[in-house]
Design a binder for this molecule. Structure first.
Ligand SMILES: NC(=O)c1ccc[n+]([C@@H]2O[C@H](COP(=O)([O-])OP(=O)(O)OC[C@H]3O[C@@H](n4cnc5c(N)ncnc54)[C@H](O)[C@@H]3O)[C@@H](O)[C@H]2O)c1
Length: 321
């Protein structure tokens, strides 16, 4: 039976990936410290659902990445490690850069050091934020990424470098995946799509930064999960791939999609551009298509419809605010 450790598996992307692997017959361990960055009850529920789905094939290690003992316990028996645990989010990283550095870098190094078997495959959840303020679009893996504009972005770029060094020293097949704004059911509550849906539903104004022309490449979580699963199949070398939707949506268009899907008007609180925010993200996914067989199959309108259907059902059941 194939075995995997998913760090951050109680969170948004990690819980979807773990669910998919359990469904496909994998044995899955999740390492997560249930960090209180957002409501811990949501993470606990994700773990409970994974335990119910996986039965004896699921193991939860509640522990911190920076704890070598917890990492060794979690890594034991895993053939593949997918490292998604991190402090995520650009804006909070500007307020507390040292904590981001500690969790994202000390944590990643502690995990890497716990992997003693060079046959274990390693997949790292990096981010489109490494492209910083690059204006040449779409972003390709060969583009310059040495000018990240937030501590979070810097920590993801540094994580890719750590992964390379450890791959060089230990030889583990290693894949870094640059995710482009991921959305879908269970999305982190502070992320734009989830936060906007909540505010529109509650009749509150949504914070609308800049003139609405900033563009993001939004990627539906199921597409990201397929890309991660494909990367888990790599057996040698070190590689970096973009996983994105390969299309862009302006902030104005995003709000219009949400208004349509929720059947409610949005009120905007217009604010200046935020420090650390990039004007555009746009993935060139041709390398992932060629080498991983990656396909982004969910257009934004469909993905927003699916997100809003989930949001409404969860809200009606009193499971989310
Ligand atoms: N969601 C996105 O749009 C996006 C985009 C690019 C990259 N990423 C990356 O993907 C990964 C998953 O993101 P997500 O949106 O699912 O975030 P998330 O916050 O829902 O999941 C991260 C998980 O890591 C756990 N964690 C945090 N610190 C930890 C620690 N010290 N020890 C153990 N566990 C810890 C948290 O409790 C959480 O469950 C992150 O590495 C993030 O940087 C996400």
């Amino acid at each position: 039976m194939p075995t995997a450790l998913i760090t951050g598996g109680a969170g948004f992307i990690g819980s979807h990936l773990s669910q998919k692997l359990l469904g496909d017959g994998w044995q899955v361990t999740v390492l997560d410290n249930l960090d209180p960055f957002y409501d811990v009850a949501l993470k606990r529920r994700n773990v409970e659902e994974l335990a119910a789905a996986g039965g004896a094939r699921f193991r939860f290690v509640e522990g911190d990445l920076r704890d070598a003992g917890a990492c060794r316990e979690a890594v034991a028996g895993a053939g593949t490690v997918v490292h998604l645990a991190a402090l995520a989010g650009v804006r909070p990283s500007i307020a507390d850069p040292i904590r981001y550095w500690d969790v994202n870098l000390v944590g990643t190094q502690t995990l890497l050091q716990a992997i003693e078997d060079p046959g274990v495959r390693f997949v790292f959840g990096s981010s489109s934020s490494v492209y910083g303020g690059n204006t040449k679009v779409p972003f390709a893996e060969s583009d310059r990424v040495d000018r990240p504009i937030s501590p979070y972005a810097a920590s993801k770029k540094a994580g890719e470098v750590q992964c390379y060094t450890w791959h060089h020293l230990r030889g583990n097949a290693t894949t870094c995946l640059r995710f482009f704004t991921v959305y879908g059911p269970r999305q982190r509550p502070e992320m734009a799509i989830h936060q906007f849906a909540r505010r529109i539903t509650d009749g509150q104004a949504i914070p609308f930064f800049g003139d609405g022309s900033s563009r993001r490449d939004y990627t539906y979580v199921e597409d990201i999960v397929s890309g991660v699963v494909a990367a888990m199949g790599r057996t040698q070398g070190y590689a970096i791939y973009n996983l994105g939707g390969s299309a862009t949506t302006t902030l104005t268009e995003l709000v219009q999609h949400l208004e349509r899907a929720l059947g409610l008007p949005a009120r905007l609180e217009r604010l200046p551009d935020q420090a650390g925010d990039v004007p555009v993200t746009y993935a060139d996914v041709s390398l992932a298509e060629r080498e991983l067989g990656y396909r982004c199959s969910t257009p934004i309108a469909d993905g927003i419809d699916r997100f809003c259907a989930w949001y409404r059902a969860e809200k009606a059941a009193g499971r989310i605010p």
